[in-house]
Design a protein around this ligand. Structure first.
Ligand code: SF4
Ligand code: F3S
Length: 104
């Protein structure tokens, strides 16, 4: 599966939802997640993210993010169409520790 990671938080560009063939993105206030049981591992979304926040869970060290994606996908609503990103998205691109500071 692919997972959404830290740098999505407060960037939330949403280009990813437009390309997913199985509509498996779910929306929180500050970020999106991928439902790991629904993702078909096609990889199409990964290069679409301007914040480079989408990664394959084949990469090491993503256990925390896999859990966040799996847990939140159960309660957040499905999103299938891009909306306007936050107006200050650029300011948050690359900021470290966003999960600790801003996750909701
Ligand atoms: Fe959707 Fe494919 Fe991305 Fe999985 S890898 S979230 S199926 S676009
Ligand atoms: Fe987030 Fe990137 Fe999608 S910033 S909303 S994973 S395009």
């Amino acid at each position: 599966t692919y997972v959404v990671t830290d740098n999505c938080i407060k960037c939330k560009y949403m280009d990813c939802v437009e390309v997913c063939p199985v509509d498996c993105f779910y929306e929180g206030e500050n970020m999106l997640v991928i439902h790991p049981d629904e993702c078909i591992d096609c990889g199409v979304c990964e290069p679409e993210c301007p914040a480079e926040a989408i990664k394959s869970d084949a990469e090491p060290g993503l256990e925390q993010w896999l859990k966040v994606n799996a847990d939140m996908a159960k309660s957040w609503p499905n999103i299938t169409q891009k909306k306007d990103p936050p107006s200050d998205a650029k300011e948050f691109d690359g900021v470290s520790g966003k999960y600790e500071k801003f996750f909701s």
